[in-house]
Structure formats: structure tokens, C-alpha cells
Write a protein that binds this ligand. Structure first.
Ligand code: TRH
Length: 378
């Protein structure tokens, strides 16, 4: 067993803490590691995990020691130090790392990308400019030459059992205060950044050939949706617009959000963690990458699409690519691309299952990370 410090700085969203918490839980509960998770924003963490008490400096949940990372933080470095997404470690902590023998293995856990260059950069060392420390870049990814993806054990079984169990599904919908959608209704979850294509998408859903129910966890998008439909949409209520019903639900706990992805026919996701979880949900998805200036997020989107559609029947490929493209570029043409998908629905559902099964081929991130660090500590 090794000791780990995982530093997480919550920037302006939930992906950083979502990933760091998932990783911490898995290292502790499945790999028996001693994990300390240092988080600078416990209030955001609380939204994903209600057991977290934002007022406490130190607490233990699921075997993980959680510390509030504030100015007062004084801790001795662990054997393995993870910098989640470039979270800048305190200077005093870095100095203490030089005093520990052997020096801790220092990892920068990077953002996920399907781009091919990731394979060449994964695992590269970066010696500190003035101290006898080396930082390694650890890249999540989709191939065995990368760090793989976070996947807790038992995930597939839990997901399959849930998706095959009408009683579990019905109980889940009822837990959201919603009636379980019948087979004729297309259920969609929506989690996205501001997107100028949203009005056109809402319109397409409102005239869809089947009734559509769209579930929206609490967030900024509710304001945009309210503006589009001209009525306030707040948590706990819903509105109807033609064939579309929109329901706002609370921001769900991490594991409940998984269930939402498992329960819906189609998921709109964003960023990094919801994107991976939607793939693991074995349901068709549309992804909005974290928008970057100058469209730097677009190559990320296309690199993923290339992998995702590679094994998809050629007849459905253009429709999927066009929909991703329209959503990523925030195009008002999205409605026609949404409609074009209709004839491929069954094929897409089957493909989503195959893709989810294939995701394991790149390896399990927590296991690979632990091996990587162990090899450097020996
Ligand atoms: O919140 P995000 O936009 O996070 C992003 C990305 O990580 C991006 O790479 C980073 O640069 C930026 O933050 C700063 O999207 P993401 O990655 O999908 O994270 C959302 C997390 O919130 C994920 O762990 C799932 C979780 N979640 C819930 O627990 N409940 C919910 O109801 C919803 C909608 C999400």
C-alpha cells in the first residue's frame, strides 16, 4: 500500500473534482491505497457528494481522507503526489517533497483527449528547473499507449442490471419525481455549456416524430432554456412545447447522474467526466468539448469522432459526424442533422453498446496509474 496526495483545484466547473473524486475512491476501495484528497472548493464537491461537509477541514468518506486545501494547509508529502489537471502545488509542499526520501513520484494528471499526439506524450518526465524533482505527464486516453480511462470495477454489471430492470428504472424516475417514460417516448438528458444551437435543437425536438422528454440537471442552461421557451423552467417543474417536455431536476449526486445517463435513450454531455460516463452508459451521445478560444476544442471533437465512428456502419457515420459538428460549432442547422439521425436510431444504440465494451481496451486508469507510480518508486 502506498500513500497518495491528490490535489484538486476546482476551476469553474465540476469535471476536475468529478475525476479526482472518482480516482480517489477507486484507489482506496479497489486498490487498497491510502489516499488523501486535497480540494480547494468543498462546496462544489458537496454538490457531487452530499456526504462532504463544506465546513469541515478534514473528513473521511469511502476510505478517502478529504482535506480542505486552503492557506492553512500544512501536510507532509505522500509517496505519490497527483496534481489534478495542473493544479499548482503550494511552494512549501514542493520544498517538502525534496526532503522526502525517496522523492515522491509526482504526476500531472492531464485532460482527456483522443488526439494521436497523446500517445507520444503519455508518461514523459519533466525535470524541475531548480529542484531534484521530476514530474510525469499522465494522459488519459482511448488506446493502450495512453493512461486509459477511469472505470470502477463492477460498473458494467451494475449498469446492465439497472438497464434491464424495469422496477429499478421506474424507481429511479420516481426518485426524480417523474413518471417513467413509456417506450414510445424518447428520453434525453442535457448537460452542456452555452450553445447557440440550443434554440434550433429545442425546436427540432418539439416537432420530433416521437414525443421527447428532456431531463436537465440544475445549471446555467436552465436560464437559456427558459429564454428559448419564454417561460421560467426551474428545478421541480416542467414545460411542454409541442412534442417536447422539458423537466428540470436538481444537480444530481455523482452516482445518481450515472443512473440518469443509463436511463436515458440519448445523452448530451460536455467537458470530460460526463463525456466518459456517457460512453460507459452504453447509450448514444453527443458531446460538447470544453470551449476554447480560437476553436481549439474542435480538433479534440473530431479526433474523438474519428475513433467513435470508425466501427460504425458507414451509412450512419455522416449523420453522427454532422450532428456532433453542428453542436460543436453551435450551428442553427442542427435541427436537420437531428432529424437525419432518426433512421439510424437502432444502429446507434447497438453501436453505443459495442463502443462501451471496447473502451476497456485502453486500460483502467487507476490501475495503470498505480502501476506507473509503483515502477518509479521501486
Ligand atoms: O463540469 P464540466 O464542464 O467540467 C469541465 C471539464 O472537466 C473540462 O475538461 C475542464 O477544463 C473544465 O471543467 C474546467 O464537465 P464534466 O467534465 O463533464 O464534469 C461534470 C461533473 O459533474 C462530472 O463528474 C459529472 C458531474 N455531474 C453530477 O455529479 N451531477 C449532475 O447532475 C451533473 C449534470 C454532472
Amino acid at each position: 500500500m502506498r500513500t497518495w496526495d491528490i490535489f484538486c483545484s476546482v476551476v469553474d466547473n465540476f469535471g476536475d473534482i468529478g475525476v479526482c473524486w472518482r480516482l480517489s475512491r477507486q484507489l482506496s476501495s479497489e486498490l487498497g491505497q491510502s489516499v488523501r484528497l486535497l480540494v480547494d472548493d468543498l462546496a462544489s464537491f458537496h454538490r457531487l457528494c452530499s456526504d462532504v461537509d463544506p465546513a469541515r477541514q478534514s473528513q473521511r468518506i469511502c476510505g478517502v481522507e478529504i482535506r480542505h486545501w486552503n492557506r492553512a494547509l500544512e501536510v507532509q508529502p505522500a509517496e505519490i503526489v497527483i496534481e489534478g489537471f495542473g493544479a499548482r502545488l503550494p511552494d512549501a509542499y514542493i520544498i517538502s517533497m525534496t526532503m522526502r526520501q525517496p522523492h515522491p513520484v509526482w504526476i500531472n494528471l492531464e485532460y482527456l483527449s483522443a488526439e494521436p499526439w497523446v500517445e507520444g506524450c503519455h508518461g514523459l518526465p519533466s525535470p524541475h528547473t531548480s529542484l531534484p524533482l521530476v514530474k510525469y505527464f499522465f494522459f488519459p486516453g482511448f488506446t493502450s499507449a495512453t493512461g486509459g480511462l477511469l472505470m470502477e470495477s463492477g460498473l458494467t454489471q451494475a449498469r446492465d442490471a439497472f438497464q434491464r430492470d424495469p422496477a429499478a428504472l421506474a424507481a429511479f424516475w420516481r426518485s426524480l419525481d417523474l413518471a417513467p417514460p413509456d417506450d414510445k417516448v424518447l428520453s434525453i438528458s442535457l448537460f452542456c455549456y452555452d450553445n447557440c444551437a440550443l434554440p434550433a435543437l429545442v425546436e427540432a425536438w418539439s416537432i420530433h416524430s416521437r414525443s421527447v422528454v428532456c431531463i436537465v440537471p440544475d445549471g446555467k442552461v436552465l436560464g437559456h432554456l427558459s429564454h428559448i421557451v419564454g417561460r421560467p423552467i426551474v428545478v421541480g417543474n416542467g414545460i411542454k412545447l409541442g412534442r417536447l417536455a422539458i423537466y428540470a431536476v436538481p444537480f444530481l449526486e455523482l452516482d445518481q447522474y450515472d443512473r440518469l445517463l443509463w436511463a436515458c435513450d440519448f445523452n448530451f454531455v460536455r467537458g470530460e467526466d460526463s463525456f466518459v460516463r456517457a460512453q460507459l452508459a452504453a447509450r448514444p451521445l453527443v458531446w460538447q468539448a470544453y470551449p476554447q478560444s480560437g476553436g481549439a476544442h474542435l480538433p479534440k471533437t473530431f479526433a474523438f469522432l474519428q475513433r467513435y465512428t470508425d466501427a460504425l456502419d458507414a451509412s450512419a457515420r455522416p449523420a453522427v459526424c454532422a450532428l456532433f459538428d453542428a453542436w460543436s460549432r453551435e450551428s442553427a442547422d442542427i435541427g436537420k442533422h437531428w432529424s437525419a439521425l432518426r433512421s439510424h436510431r437502432e444502429m446507434l444504440a447497438a453501436h453505443a453498446s459495442k463502443w462501451a465494451a471496447h473502451l476497456g481496451c485502453g486500460g483502467n486508469l487507476a490501475v495503470k496509474l498505480a502501476e506507473f507510480c509503483e515502477n518509479r518508486l521501486k
